[in-house]
Design a protein around this ligand. Structure first.
Ligand code: ADP
Length: 291
């Protein structure tokens, strides 16, 4: 079982000719609401990957935006444990996507900013705890401590990018970062090997967008190229990668296979618009890998 403790947002996506400059008003073509948030996206990816069951602890407001988020988690087969925050809005993201693919994103954490680890369930049947940084850092730290105490694997996707206390990194078994997040933690911008060497977590995976990923697993370097696809929208590629990787590691699949599945699922997520809506099911990933 994978337990995700993390964020859930309703993403309002508006398609525009160009991202507005300060003070400018731009008429968008269409606006749609999609369930998103790094935590919920990764939970959906883990559940769709199959092989392990997926639970999620999340905080929602008592407003109408909560319902589509819960519906999306349930449809994907995630077992959600919702902490309802009276008087708080559900997390929201406002995303402008321009025709050239450029975007501008603002996020209001809302209820996510109030999630506390005292709501954490018993961890006896949990194999892997999957965390990101869109909830309070104290909650992440408390969750990691509890998981370490219960003997379950701690997987941290250190996104969005920020520096982290050594105390947290010392509790992490598997760290997943993109290049910007790697530099925020390991320094040495432009020198991946040195940034990686500066991080003492036992297993570190660095995702490199269309260039694939590099992992250092207990001292051994593994490379997994990206799968070539026609890219429509890379939103949630990183989240899909993390969720599928967590599900694979919770099943004790070997690392090379886990990285291959995570990369294939992430590539498929790039071929479709939206966050959770774009995350493929296990059968699709199998078919893609066997093509
Ligand atoms: P993030 O979105 O968190 O910055 P990345 O951009 O590094 O993360 O993407 C995560 C993973 O998704 C990559 O390691 C790769 O496997 C896959 N991926 C991302 N972009 C592409 C792409 N254009 N084509 C194929 N796979 C991609």
């Amino acid at each position: 079982t994978v337990l995700v403790v993390g964020s859930a947002n309703l993403d309002f996506v508006i398609r525009v000719a160009h991202v507005p400059a300060p003070g400018e008003t731009v008429l968008g073509r269409d606006a749609r609401a999609f369930p998103g948030g790094k935590g919920a996206n990764q939970a959906v990816a883990s559940a769709r990957a199959g092989g392990a069951s997926t639970r999620m602890l999340l905080a929602l407001g008592d407003d109408a935006n909560a319902a589509p988020i819960e519906a999306s988690l349930q449809a994907a087969g995630v077992q959600p444990q919702v902490v309802r925050m009276p008087g708080e809005p559900t997390g929201m993201a406002f995303i402008c996507v321009a025709d050239d693919g450029e975007n501008a994103i603002t996020v209001a954490a809302g209820a996510n900013g109030l999630l506390r680890a005292d709501a954490l369930p018993a961890l006896d049947d949990i194999d892997a705890l999957l965390l990101q940084l869109e909830i309070p850092l104290d909650t992440v730290l408390d969750g990691a401590r509890a998981a370490r105490g219960a003997g379950c694997r701690v997987i941290l996707n250190a996104a969005p990018a920020r520096a982290l206390p050594d105390e947290l990194l010392a509790l992490v078994d598997v760290l997943v970062v993109n290049e910007g997040e790697l530099v925020a933690l390991g320094g040495h911008a432009g020198d991946l090997r040195r940034s990686l060497d500066a991080i003492t977590v036992p297993c570190v995976v660095v995702t490199l967008g269309a260039r694939g990923c590099v992992a250092r697993v207990d001292g051994e370097l593994l490379l997994q190229p990206a799968f070539a696809v026609d890219t429509v929208d890379t939103t949630a590629a990183g989240d899909t990668f993390c969720g599928v990787l967590a599900a694979a590691l919770a099943q004790n699949l070997p690392w090379p296979l886990a990285l291959r599945r995570a990369s294939a699922a992430a590539a498929l997520a790039c071929t479709r618009l939206g966050a959770q809506a774009s995350i493929p099911a296990a059968a699709e990933v199998e078919a893609f890998l066997g093509r």
